[in-house]
Design a protein around this ligand. Structure first.
Ligand SMILES: [Zn+2]
Length: 286
């Protein structure tokens, strides 16, 4: 089990899956040669032949009095996803969640950094002909800007959005479990949801502070540590590439050379490390 302490807070990583992808698939224009030239990049972040290793995982935050799940992966039995192998999954995510010592019924808060299908899937699970909340006693926090954007996309039938809403978002509203929030949003004394727009319009990251220690859960303002060397290159799904680049640089600069544990939502094991400045760009030390 992969977990970290930040003062009185612990963060535990529950990985649902991982995959190795060609660099240009994630970041158009990024070549295998350019990735190979990043000499500080830990080989555990790469697959065979210089492919980028990416994980899909939930991060579970335990504070002295709260249990919070950040992002809920792809989920089982979901269909209508644009990436073919994201459909009809049958993973052991819930078993792994329980094996890590967590009870879904004890989770009091779920936060989705944004509403892409790889961040909302386990909001619900298949129950009979419908979908039931996986965390029935939680408040599900969704950013209002983010929700409004994808609600519009749902109405216009954009991509997989109607399917994602039908199976992973609407059932939460039907159960009365959603709080639409404005950013920044303070969840507890230790946890603040901070706006990091660009990948999506209402994207947010999670700041953790406790007893003088600090951490940051990235969400998708960055997908892979190699982006620290090329922060201005857009990721394939960035809705606003210029703003995403600006946000990536701003957050990396804020973390650089600081005692802030950066936990990458899509980073493969070891997932967390520290950002250092590296001339005009950055590098990741694990
Ligand atoms: Zn993602």
């Amino acid at each position: 089990m992969l977990s970290w302490s930040i003062g009185q807070v612990t963060v535990t990583c529950i990985q649902e899956s991982q995959a190795d992808v060609p660099p240009g698939f994630l970041i158009p224009g990024l070549t295998a040669e350019a990735v190979a030239a990043i000499d500080w990049l830990d080989p555990r972040f790469l697959g065979e032949g210089g492919l980028l290793r990416l994980a899909i995982q939930a991060l579970v935050i335990r504070t002295p009095d709260r249990l919070i799940v950040v992002d809920t992966c792809l989920g089982n039995d979901k269909f209508g996803r644009e990436i073919p192998n994201w459909n009809g999954l049958d993973t052991r995510f819930l078993e792994d969640f329980a094996a890590a010592g967590f009870d879904p019924g004890a989770v009091d808060t779920v936060f989705c950094t944004h509403l892409h299908s790889d961040h909302v899937g386990w909001n619900t699970y298949r129950s009979g002909d419908g979908w039931a909340p996986t965390f029935p006693n939680a408040r599900y926090l969704l950013g209002r800007t983010e929700f409004d954007y994808w609600d519009q996309a749902r109405e216009t039938g954009h991509g997989s959005t109607p399917a994602v809403f039908a199976d992973s978002i609407q059932p939460l509203f039907d159960a009365g479990l959603v709080d639409l929030i404005e950013l920044p949003h303070q969840v507890t004394d230790e946890i603040v949801l901070t706006p990091t727009p660009g990948h999506t319009p209402g994207h947010a990251s999670v700041e953790i502070r406790s007893q003088g220690q600090a951490g940051l859960i990235t969400g998708d303002f960055i997908h892979h540590p190699c982006q620290m060397a090329v922060p201005d290159l857009a990721e394939v799904a960035d809705t606003d590439a210029a703003l995403a680049g600006e946000t990536r640089r701003r957050l990396l600069a804020d973390c650089a050379d600081q005692p802030i544990l950066v936990i990458g939502t899509h980073f493969a094991r070891p997932v967390a490390g520290h950002v250092r400045s590296d001339g005009a760009v950055f590098r990741f030390e694990v």
